[in-house]
Design a protein around this ligand. Structure first.
Ligand code: ATP
Ligand code: MG
Length: 137
């Protein structure tokens, strides 16, 4: 059993797609073991995406991620990290396979509806960034 970290980004929250996306996560056998809604501060968003600092898309990414509320959640299941990345699809929705979350809910490479950890190391870091142990069921 493995845990991964997920965000429903401001574009999807703004389109009232939280429930639809949660339904897809649960239908795929990923169990939501912690969740909350928050509005990221600039500082929180910058720290979360520190690995991308200096890239051309960094500033607009921070602006987007702080533009409205997000849902952050911890997902649990066998191979949760890989399985959730597959469920999300490629970063650019035009390249995302049919039936993936980004094919169905993303509008562009930036406004791409969801985030998911890309490795066990980032999952551990990202879960701890938003949740304390006693917030995870
Ligand atoms: P995430 O980390 O959000 O799960 P990812 O791992 O598929 O997505 P990263 O390369 O980590 O993609 O980029 C983080 C986020 O930055 C992307 O999800 C997207 O919102 C934005 N982003 C990445 N590349 C670009 C780009 N070329 N143009 C615009 N935005 C981008
Ligand atoms: Mg990433």
């Amino acid at each position: 059993i493995e845990r991964t970290f997920s965000i429903v980004k401001p574009d999807a929250v703004g389109r009232n797609q939280i429930g639809a996306i949660y339904h897809r996560l649960e239908s795929a056998g990923l169990t939501i073991v912690a969740a909350k809604m928050l509005r990221l501060t600039e500082q929180q968003a910058q720290g979360f995406y520190a690995e991308h600092e200096g890239k051309p898309f960094y500033a607009p990414l921070i602006e987007f991620m702080t533009s409205g509320p997000v849902m952050v959640q911890v997902l649990e299941g066998d191979n949760a990290i890989t399985r959730y990345r597959e469920l999300m699809g490629k970063t650019n929705p035009e390249e995302a396979a049919c039936g993936t979350l980004r094919a169905d809910y993303a509008e562009s490479t930036r406004l791409n509806a969801v985030h998911g950890s890309d490795s066990p190391e980032s999952a551990a870091r990202e879960i701890a960034y938003f949740f304390s142990d006693d917030e995870i069921c």
